[in-house]
Design a protein. Structure first.
Length: 417
């Protein structure tokens, strides 16, 4: 049986398992149209984000440069846990659990939203970990979600993009991308942007799900489950940056998706770009194991860092001031000069680092395949502390008010503080 048809069938039959009623659904491709009016205001009962504090999308803002708020304790302890389930792939038979490599939570008020590889999407009480609602999809939620105007948006490996009512979990709209959607949504100027293994970058109205534009960036040469454009779009100054499996970084116009430039990274670039200081930073995997800095205006390469010793990059770089932080497959966290790419320090964890680092209170906080969350000094790389969790820590931390929310590949979700 065709894989997509099989998963779509699962998605169609998933309704009986979710806790909130489904209002509407559409897998049809809508015609491009101008954004006629701003998205709806949040319902009165919806969680209201706190500007400058809450984390409403992957890496906190469209440029991927907001990493959370403190104060951060030096010695972390577990404040609460939430147990997720398992999902067995009907294609490979592999059992998936916990949060995926890009599965960072979103925190709005006292609500926490996170998708799981067990095929459920969860809304939790941020203070206690108590379940508020959950929704069962046809396959894994591997990426991060985003919050906007009383709604939560998430892509799923069952090929769909979902829009949930933030307070009730009702499905307000869906969109069928045609293949795995493990990119994460970015909200910019009232529009929703997301890529996926279809090889398209999409721009939607978040209130209705109406498609404004879509642009093909290819990357379809790769095997199913790992091709197309899996990055989370980074957006700044009306430009959208997204990379693909083939090893190219694209710069598109945010208003209509037209290509401005593209630059070569040389291999599958699943790590999401970061935009800061007139540069866009992008990192590629093992066949071109470098972190690149490109000029945002022209796409010209300014510098690159790495080589075979890194074994490639899966983590998204963090940029704070004139420093760039990124973890590598070789288990090392690197701090570089953002203008030159010169290495300033490195720290060695016990295994590979796919978790994207968060920098709060001069502390670099990240997970590792070694089952620990590590904390080191941002200025020197000096070890501060680490805490062991149950399972590999692939996903990235969401940090609000000094509390760190992060999951593992064994199905346990944690609040640390």
């Amino acid at each position: 049986m065709d894989r997509r048809k099989f998963l779509q069938g699962l998605a169609a039959g998933a309704g009986a398992a979710f806790l909130a009623p489904r209002l509407s659904s559409s897998g049809l491709l809508r015609p491009s149209a101008a954004l006629a009016q701003p998205p709806m205001l949040p319902p009165a009962s919806a969680p209201v984000p706190v500007p400058g504090s809450d984390v409403t999308m992957f890496r906190g803002n469209p440029a991927h440069t907001f990493y959370g708020t403190g104060p951060i304790r030096e010695q972390l302890q577990i404040l609460w846990t939430f147990q997720m389930g398992n999902f067995t792939s009907p294609i490979s038979g592999k059992v998936w659990s916990g949060t995926g490599w890009t599965g960072t939570a979103v925190a709005v008020g006292d609500w926490l939203y996170v998708g799981s590889q067990d095929s459920w999407f969860y809304a939790l009480d941020r203070n206690t970990g108590a379940l508020r609602w959950k929704y069962k999809a046809g396959a894994m939620f591997k990426g991060s979600c985003a919050y906007f105007a009383g709604r939560v948006f998430a892509g799923c490996v069952d090929d769909h993009i979902y829009c949930f009512h933030a307070k009730t979990g009702q499905v307000l709209w869906t969109y069928n991308t045609g293949t795995d959607c493990d990119s994460s949504p970015t909200i910019y100027k009232g529009r929703l942007y997301i890529a996926g293994e279809s090889g398209f970058v999409h721009c939607f109205r978040p209130d209705t799900g109406a498609l404004i534009w879509r642009t093909f960036v290819d990357g379809k040469e790769g095997p199913g489950g790992s091709n197309g454009a899996e990055t989370t779009p980074a957006i700044a100054d009306d430009r959208v940056y997204v990379a693909n499996f083939t090893g190219f970084l694209f710069c598109l116009r945010a208003d209509n998706g037209a290509l401005i430039w593209k630059a070569k990274t040389g291999d599958d670039t699943d790590a999401s770009p970061t935009v800061a200081g007139g540069l866009v930073f992008a990192a590629a995997e093992q066949l071109s194991p470098y972190l690149f800095a490109f000029d945002v205006k022209t796409g010209a390469e300014r510098w690159r860092f790495g080589g075979s010793f890194t074994r490639g990059f899966w983590a998204t770089p963090a940029v704070v001031g004139n420093r760039v932080f990124i973890g590598a497959e070789n288990g090392r966290m690197y701090c570089l000069d953002a203008l030159t790419g010169k290495q300033l320090w490195e720290y060695t964890a016990g295994d590979s680092i796919w978790s994207s680092p968060a920098i709060v209170d001069n502390r670099v906080i990240f997970g590792s395949y070694d089952s620990h969350v590590h904390m080191v000094a941002a200025d020197t790389g000096k070890f501060i502390s680490k805490i062991q969790l149950k399972g590999r820590v692939l996903s990235s931390p969401c940090i609000v008010g000094g509390k760190i929310y992060i999951g593992t590949a064994e199905g346990m979700y944690y609040c640390l503080g």
